[in-house]
Write a protein that binds this ligand. Structure first.
Ligand SMILES: C[S@@+](CC[C@H](N)C(=O)[O-])C[C@H]1O[C@@H](n2cnc3c(N)ncnc32)[C@H](O)[C@@H]1O
Length: 358
């Protein structure tokens, strides 16, 4: 989830274009003399790229890294991490089992939402099908979709400033939207697109911050979107719409959106996909519109115990690329102007960029 570095986080739309926007877009050397120095190695790609812990290897990081290399031991470590996070959630009062049981009881309804929201023309990119968060199925399955909210509450709980309750997730989102509103006045926003909306936690927060705007959530997981639709009546304003699309190719009309958000998604993307999504956000924005990216602040990872960090990085296949990316540079390369941002928690950062007026 917001992917603070914690042990293996078990976590964690009408289908056609919205009525006002029916358009669809298909993702449709030196010759002699002195030898040049060898080029630097390319950044690691693929599942579970090695991400160096923030400190030199220690006995504990070597042990954990070694265990992770062997699938049965890896599974055992994941199971231990998962049990630990559920225990922690229960100690905090999340009521993990009850929450998951309540959604499990609603599976027939959820299945109907999944069927309704699924767009068979949408093909997930290969990187998206990696295992995530200790789920072999990544984000596409009922287990991650039913557990993601309980996991978010537990994983983000420590972000409540030491209050010891479950308010951390709300603090994370409240601070994010406060930064957003300091740059983007609600009166100027008629339409918002929340890319990688999952079950709608971020969509609901942005909708509350921009109560007069029409809000569209986009995600690649029909299971997450099914929960978002199921929750919409109780959590998000009824006008929120959820779409099954790649964030790189939403099919929504260009220059039609005043605010695009990407909340806790960037760390789940290889650098090339992040670049493609930023380009799509820039395309969607009307001149003067804003794009806000909120995610883990890699600078905060230095404080994480190295062995825990290795475990965390092993459940986030693309976090190594995220840690190396120059986010401001990517935004600028897409034609956006970075106008501000800041830390929305001790572990998260927000960057706001604007599409220049034509
Ligand atoms: C950690 S969740 C974040 C959810 C939510 N935005 C929040 O703040 O709680 C990341 C979500 O991004 C979605 N996602 C990842 N890559 C995507 C892509 N290329 N297109 C659309 N959704 C994507 C995943 O399916 C997942 O639901």
């Amino acid at each position: 989830m917001g992917c603070p570095p914690r042990p293996p986080p078990a976590r964690g739309a009408a289908v056609a274009s919205p009525p006002h926007d029916p358009c669809r877009r298909r993702p449709p050397r030196s010759s002699g003399g002195e030898r040049p120095p060898p080029p630097p190695p390319p950044p690691p790609t693929g599942v579970f790229p090695p991400l160096a812990p923030p400190t030199p290897p220690t006995a504990s990081t070597v042990v954990v890294s070694t265990l992770l290399r062997f699938p049965p031991l890896r599974s055992a470590l994941m199971a231990v991490g998962r049990a630990r996070i559920i225990r922690r959630a229960d100690a905090l009062g999340v009521g993990w089992a009850d929450r998951v049981a309540a959604l499990t009881a609603a599976l027939p309804e959820l299945e109907a939402h999944r069927a309704a929201v699924t767009d068979d023309d949408v093909t997930p990119p290969a990187y998206y099908l990696s295992p995530f968060h200790a789920y072999a199925e990544g984000n596409v399955g009922w287990a991650p979709a039913l557990e993601v909210e309980a996991s978010a509450l537990a994983v983000h709980a420590p972000l409540d400033g030491g209050a010891g309750g479950l308010g951390g997730d709300a603090v994370l989102r409240r601070n994010f939207t406060a930064i957003l509103r300091s740059h983007v006045a609600p009166a100027s926003v008629r339409r918002v697109v929340d890319l990688g909306c999952s079950t709608g936690l971020s969509t609901a927060a942005v909708a509350a911050a921009y109560p007069d705007a029409e809000v569209v959530g986009v995600d690649l997981s029909p299971h997450m979107l099914a929960v978002a639709r199921y929750r919409a009546a109780e959590r998000a304003p009824p006008r929120a719409t959820y779409l099954h699309r790649r964030a790189e190719a939403t099919g929504l009309r260009g220059a039609s959106v005043d605010l695009v958000t990407l909340s806790l998604v960037a760390h789940e993307l290889p650098a090339a996909a992040l670049g493609a999504i930023v380009t799509e956000a820039a395309r969607l924005l009307a001149p003067g519109g804003a794009f806000a990216v909120m995610d883990a602040d890699p600078a905060a990872w230095a404080a994480v115990p190295p062995a825990v960090f290795v475990l965390f990085a092993s459940t986030e296949p693309w976090v190594g690329e995220y840690a190396r990316v120059d986010l401001e540079g990517v935004l600028t390369a897409a034609g956006l102007t970075v106008v501000g941002g800041g830390k929305n928690t001790a572990r998260h950062r927000t960057v706001v960029a604007v599409k220049p007026q034509a």
